[in-house]
Design a protein around this ligand. Sequence first.
Ligand code: CP
Length: 314
Amino acid sequence: MTWTRKDLLGLEDLSKDELELILATTDSFKEVSTREIKKVPALRGKTVVNLFYEPSTRTRVSFEVAAKRLSADVINISAGESSVRKGETLIDTGRNIEALKADIIVIRHNASGAATMLARQVQVSVVNAGDGWHEHPTQALLDIFTLKEKLGQIQGLNVSIVGDIAHSRVARSNIWGLTKLGARVTVCAPEILIPPGIEQFGVSVTHDIDEALRNADAVNVLRMQFERDEGGAFPGELEYFKNFGITKERLAKAKKNILIMHPGPINRGIEMSSEVADCPNSVILEQVTNGIAVRMAVLFLVAQARDKNHETIN
Ligand code: CP
């Protein structure tokens, strides 16, 4: 199978073969970070621009580290410190970055669809680093890579996603990726945080945290996005922790080796207790480490596809 897409915008459009190709490419790049000199020349001479309209710690740093390990030049732009503050549109910003001869734009934006809109307007590769509530494909890929690394395969796994499903791009990308690869996905949250009709995406729904944990091989715990609670309809922090928080007592009734995952940032004492976040079952920091190899794979594949497309056109 050959990768032909110049962009990575989400997992919804990807085939099972494409997902498996990214995971296999990630596997081959993972070893680079264990070397004394953690660098390969795969993207030497290329320029990657990280264009972030929203705050980020893990994703931005991880894309920067990934691009540098591939020997690319990296430029970071925070919208708050750019000409966006003077009213420049996303498309104009993208076209100017293209005019500056960048090869890949990695974009995080608060609007769902922003990465797709940009990709249609520029010839450079666009990688979605999270757009609104829509998708966060590289987060789901690193979650899936971590699951596969720890448990051997995705096919047949029971994965529960717990938390603010309604506002979560991480949940959406995980659902697309996991179901295509044959996992059984259960989502668990208070009713108000589950989008109506989500079952049509091939997932089970429960509002009972003990049920979500009972047969799970892994639980991916999402951040409660209280900042989105405009109408005051969300449960309070204490109420949420009491009814949905992952605690040692709740885990005592789950599978002994259940993996505890979280995309970060964690709100300790709300989504999970500190002792769960730091317990031996937790792979939260391994997810972060795997993000580097996943993003190396994605940057490499989209750059290669764009070069091939260029050769065909010229
Ligand atoms: N998981 C994630 O997207 O974290 P950041 O917001 O820190 O990038």
